[in-house]
Unconditional design. Structure first.
Length: 256
């Protein structure tokens, strides 16, 4: 029989009650309560949004468990990302004859513990809902920071560089960026150049960073179909007639 104490943390710094040390203390106590030997400890450092079987040690729980093995966890959100994930995983373990013990719920595969299973299903749904709210708050926070010129990670946009670190990091335009955008608009609006021709021209100018066709198009026309000037906050909205003209030219293969 194999007894496994599963612990998971999202980051190196955790609040009290979710640190690896605290989770190990709780799981070892559960093992003693159920008359089990000292458990083998598995520690994952990964987001709870990743399904259990896809985590670093997920193959242990998917392929290397046998009848009579026991899995112990200090909290249900350490194991499962959603109610569906939890229910499907428990069904797999139940068919294998593997026991699952979680603090506060007891042995979930014990037929004499229907109340624990009911409470587990309810709490798992709440945990999934709470995780969705956290993801939405993170998304909204990144969106708001990006709108204020903040930097949320990855490669900085074309013509920009990062100033500061961590939460104070923000984007700043390179000195040549306004001039580059003005040239793009001249090529597109006055000379009627295609995006590909504009890319070739800009990439021949050593002062500018290398640029792609998609980046040129994204700068000239935003995702809402509005023309944006090189400098200033004003936006020139394309009229219905202009949109119809572009549609006709696309049909004739004159507009890209």
């Amino acid at each position: 029989m194999r007894v496994i104490a599963y612990t998971r943390v999202s980051t190196e710094d955790q609040e009290d009650g979710t640190s690896p040390e605290e989770q190990i203390r709780i799981t070892k106590g559960l093992a003693m309560q159920h008359g089990l030997p000292d458990p083998e400890v598995v520690i994952d450092q990964i987001s709870g949004t990743v399904p259990l079987f896809d985590r670093q040690d997920g193959n242990i729980f998917e392929f290397h468990l046998e009848k009579g093995d026991v899995i112990i966890a200090s909290a249900l959100d350490r194991l499962f990302r959603s109610s569906l994930d939890g229910q499907q995983t428990i069904d797999v373990w139940r068919k294998l004859g593997v026991r699952l013990i979680i603090a506060g719920f007891g042995d979930l595969n014990d037929p004499n513990n229907p109340l624990g299973k009911l409470m587990f299903d309810m709490m798992l749904s709440f945990a999934s809902f709470e995780r969705d709210l956290i993801c939405k708050r993170l998304h909204d926070g990144r969106k708001a920071k990006r709108a204020k010129g903040g930097f949320i990670g990855g490669e900085p946009p074309w013509g920009h560089y990062v100033v500061g670190e961590g939460k104070k990091a923000h984007l700043r335009q390179k000195d040549w960026y306004p001039m580059a955008v003005r040239r793009m608009r001249e090529f597109r609006n006055e000379l009627k150049w295609t995006y590909d021709k504009i890319v070739v021209k800009l990439n021949d100018i050593p002062l500018f960073d290398p640029i792609s066709r998609n980046t040129v198009r994204r700068i000239l026309v935003d995702e809402k179909g509005k023309w944006t000037p090189a400098i200033g906050k004003e936006k020139f909205v394309m009229t219905h007639q202009v949109k119809e003209s572009i549609t006709r030219r696309r049909a004739r293969g004159e507009y890209r």
